[in-house]
Design a protein around this ligand. Structure first.
Ligand code: ADP
Ligand code: MG
Length: 343
């Protein structure tokens, strides 16, 4: 048997975070999409082991699937576990770059052109470097809704995906070798959704979609991506993840996360003036019914909690009606929310 050794050749890179921990932390933050986590982690490990191919981004991952199922949340959760802050990422909303001239916002205008001095490019080396942290040297970059990008933006993207470089208007270049790149699109999901008859509320999301549906979303999504992008572009995508519509259990867990965050906010902001939160089963049912849908997934859930619980509670706090140590309860009857106070 042959054994390979590189002893004395190179120092072994430090593994910042043991993978089990990383994956468990991600699973706490991202509900019901374990396939996404299992697909992403190996790219991080490959980088941490120093075995990522040279001259390429750490990984290029396409996220497909319906709105409000956690595609953007995935990258935010990664930012949280890698850098300790869910906002530590660069999100490029491709919907803002549908016109050819808007692409200058990304790379800056060439010298001598009108606006050369005013346009600070969005994708600079300094920006990418600022996205690393003491705990991880990976910069997370998200190109959201890539199907909306103008053709010249697609050409820029191709260079980034292919050679991990981007040439700016002033002729300097940006190195993307230490970035993990995410592309999102909901193309396939929309086509699938049209074939279902949309209802509202989480019940419409049941029963859980079959493996066939997931495959259908993936193949329709990839079909749309292939029509829109050149074969070179599609070949640069390392992995495709298809997000599943969220079922009742997943929506319940997301609701628990929202409540936990709200409780934490009360604890840190109000300190000893703090109070406890409770929600009755009928309160939960109505929140889930109003805050989740086939069309928007769990996207409206946080806003629903805000409107029907956080805002009324804030009004009570502002009027000095919530004594410290009391309990504020959200209840619902006949489709209406009620906020109750227990001393
Ligand atoms: N799988 C999920 N895990 C946790 N929260 C989720 C999940 N899916 C949706 N959410 C909630 O819905 C919001 C919108 O989700 P988002 O990731 O932006 O959806 P999209 O798939 O359209 O990018 C999130 O901020 C979060 O509150
Ligand atoms: Mg999104």
């Amino acid at each position: 048997m042959q054994s390979y050794s590189s002893a004395g050749l190179a120092k072994r890179p430090r593994v910042a975070e043991e993978p089990e921990g990383l994956s468990a932390k991600l699973k706490d933050l991202l509900v019901g999409q374990s396939e996404a986590i299992d697909t992403i982690i190996p790219f991080i490990q490959m980088h941490q082991a120093g075995l990522s191919p040279e001259g390429r981004p750490i990984g290029v991952i396409l996220l497909l699937g319906p709105t409000g199922t956690g595609k953007t949340r995935t990258v935010e959760a990664l930012a949280e576990v890698l850098h300790g802050n869910s906002k530590h990422l660069l999100r490029v909303d491709c919907g803002e770059f549908q016109m050819e001239h808007e692409v200058a916002k990304l790379v800056g205008a060439p010298p001598g052109y009108l606006g050369h001095r005013e346009t600070q490019p969005m994708l600079t080396q300094a920006k990418l470097n600022s996205l690393t942290s003491e705990t991880s040297d990976i910069s997370l970059v998200l190109f959201d809704e890539i199907e909306k990008a103008a053709p010249s933006m697609t050409r820029l993207l191709l260079g980034i995906l292919d050679k991990a470089t981007l040439r700016l208007g002033d002729n300097t270049s940006v190195n993307f070798e230490r970035t993990l790149i995410f592309l999102t699109s909901n193309l396939g999901a929309k086509a699938i959704q049209r074939t279902n008859t949309p209802d509202f509320g989480f019940e419409a999301m049941l029963p859980r979609p079959s493996i066939e549906d997931t495959r259908k979303v993936q193949s329709i999504g990839m079909g749309a991506v292939r029509r829109k992008f050149s074969p070179e572009f599609v070949n640069r995508i390392d992995s495709v993840i298809t997000y599943k519509p969220l079922g009742r259990a997943a929506c319940e867990l997301i609701l628990d996360q929202i409540f936990a965050n709200f409780s934490e906010l009360i604890r840190t902001r109000l300190g000893i003036r703090g109070f406890r939160l409770q929600c009755t089963p009928s309160g939960r049912d109505l929140l889930l019914e109003n805050g989740t849908s086939v069309e928007f997934g769990a996207r409206e859930l946080k806003r629903t909690v805000q409107r029907n619980f956080i805002q009324p509670v804030s009004a009570l706090v502002a009027q000095g009606q919530v004594p410290s140590g009391s309990t504020v309860i959200l209840d619902a009857k006949a489709g209406e929310f009620n906020v109750l106070l227990r001393h």
